[in-house]
Design a protein around this ligand. Structure first.
Ligand code: ADP
Ligand code: MG
Length: 292
């Protein structure tokens, strides 16, 4: 491509809210065959709501929600905000947390009111040796709806199961169809539960899912797609997505996402409508043309 065509393409991108941070991304996008996307906050609205609490053993709902929200008040995860918001809406006072620890992509632990709390994905609690047999069915029915199951154990005993729902953006399904109409393969990459991710993918017409991965796992997934000879674009919004944005042939960050994501991406999308991804690729194909 000539410097002039890059300049024209970059200008047109800016007009449609697609900001190319340098000419490389505009050029590389032309050859992209696979678009991999983060789920939470990218394909979904990213503002999860607590939709249900199942209390186990002889725990009281307000008591468990208080403990859970106290722990989550120390986390910046979108799931944490859903739990804290629900507790505040019920007027619950949140006690202090000691020995707080956040395990990225897994959950939280800490000591509240003399109790040892563990909170997070079923996998995280299972690995911590919590017996989850009695909640398997409840977890399965949440994940089948595309909700995220968050478990709480108090003193090593399962105490409650929270259902947290983060609906897809209204435009996401059409945006995925748009990408496919350009001949692109679409893949979801997420740290969320495998069955939750599959349910959301089905709603969006996405046929390939890589789930339950830690942030390094997102990078590994991008590298695997690249190792198959594909040119890969990755779309994400979170701090967790920064390494994958940098590892892709082209990283596209949602402009309303985190600064870290934007700094790691070659392209910043000013709207959170994922049609912008298809527009960016179509623009690259039109400006760069078929001959370099
Ligand atoms: P995503 O890729 O969807 O943004 P993350 O890697 O941030 O997901 O988190 C993966 C999983 O780890 C979540 O679905 C949840 O089960 C668990 N998890 C992470 N942080 C928390 C938290 N603060 N509270 C409860 N669960 C959490
Ligand atoms: Mg995200």
């Amino acid at each position: 491509a000539t410097p002039t065509s890059i300049m024209v393409g970059t200008g047109k991108g800016a007009e449609m809210g697609v900001l190319f941070r340098g000419g490389d991304a505009l050029q590389s996008l032309r050859d992209v065959q696979v678009v991999a996307l983060d789920k939470t906050g990218t394909l979904t609205q990213g503002q999860p709501q607590l939709t249900g609490i199942t209390v186990l053993a002889d725990h009281d709902e307000a008591e468990v929600l208080t403990l859970a929200a106290a722990l989550e008040s120390r986390s910046e995860h979108p799931l944490a905000q859903a739990v804290v918001r629900a507790a505040r809406q019920r007027g619950l006072d949140l006690p202090d947390v000691e020995h707080f620890e956040s395990l990225t992509g897994l959950g939280l632990q800490g000591r509240v009111g003399g109790h040892e709390l563990l909170m997070g994905s079923p996998r995280f609690l299972a690995e911590a040796g919590i017996d989850l047999e009695d909640v398997q069915d409840a977890v399965a029915s949440l994940t089948a709806q595309g909700s995220t199951p968050v478990l709480i154990a108090v003193d090593q005993q399962p105490a409650a199961l929270l259902g947290i729902s983060d609906p897809p953006k209204p435009s996401s399904a059409a945006a995925m169809a748009h990408l496919k109409s350009l001949g692109l393969k679409v893949v979801m990459i997420t740290g969320d539960d495998e069955r939750t991710a599959q349910a959301v993918a089905r709603q969006l017409g996405i046929d390939e899912v890589v789930a339950q991965v830690l942030p390094e796992g997102k990078v590994a997934a991008v590298q695997r797609l690249r190792a198959c000879g594909n040119k890969v674009a990755f779309v994400g919004d979170g701090i967790n997505d920064a390494p994958a944005l940098a590892a892709a042939d082209v990283g596209l960050a949602i402009g309303s996402g985190t600064d870290v994501a934007m700094e790691s991406a070659g392209v910043v999308l000013m709207s959170d409508d994922l049609h912008q991804v298809a527009h960016a690729i179509a623009l690259s194909r039109a400006t760069i043309g078929n001959i370099k």
